[in-house]
Design a protein around this ligand. Sequence first.
Ligand SMILES: Nc1ncnc2c1ncn2[C@@H]1O[C@H](COP(=O)(O)OP(=O)(O)OP(=O)(O)O)[C@@H](O)[C@H]1O
Ligand SMILES: [Mg+2]
Length: 252
Amino acid sequence: MTVLTIAIQKGGTGKTTTALSLGVELAQMGRRVLLIDIDPQSNLTQAVGHDPTQVEHSIYEVLLNPTYGPGFATLATSYGVDLVPATLSLAGAELSLAGRFGRELMLRTALTEARREYDYILIDSPPSLGVFTVNALTAADAVIVPLQAHIFALKAMPQLEETIAIVRQLNPMLAIGGIAVTMVDRRTSVNLVVEETIRQQYGDIVFQTTIPFNVKLVEAPASGQPISIYAGDSSGARAYRDLAQEVAARYE
Ligand SMILES: Nc1ncnc2c1ncn2[C@@H]1O[C@H](COP(=O)(O)OP(=O)(O)OP(=O)(O)O)[C@@H](O)[C@H]1O
Ligand SMILES: [Mg+2]
């Protein structure tokens, strides 16, 4: 089994979209998948049709009491994946964890048992490098970086590498498992230049599959459905199907 954290510091690069779309595709390929929402924004929770204000238990309690394990808060979804939801109150966990010894290792500890129950655990982390992202990276075998094909993306990479170097003090095995170039608009030459630069710099770490800019990926979360259900024939759905095949080939 593999624990993958979807992270990069910058906001809005497609982390949540990638965690959900990839997770659902892997589940459709027969893999046992757990999605973990560790972002107080609760976007992933909403995107699979759960109301973060209504969930009984969330990642909050699991972080504060790692011996519970994720099963304490796990919800079923209609899409073949299990979900540990987030709630807005998760923001308060930051304070509750602040004084605790080993606070960066809470999620890792919580996942010990669950590692045997799932083929993939995908963790959707928030944009800031706070205690949640550090927990997500410390728990991970590898980090998947959705990188927007935008000129700013190139500036974000040194920052990400710095972050990984810091987290390696807690999780020496952490590696960049893959870079997925997202929101690619083939009509924009700057997109292609950025993609080329990323490939030159990172080589085989970059997935062959690129995720196109596709408006269906914007609409799907509002419907509470993953892209494969909302618009299974869209370019976005097809791209995430291909990406799931690549991920499976890389980790199995
Ligand atoms: N390939 C794509 N094409 C078009 N829109 C996309 C694509 N991927 C994501 N989006 C949209 O861009 C916005 C940001 O995506 P998403 O929420 O996945 O980013 P994020 O990295 O999780 O953001 P945050 O850092 O705030 O958590 C959303 O409205 C999403 O629907
Ligand atoms: Mg997000």
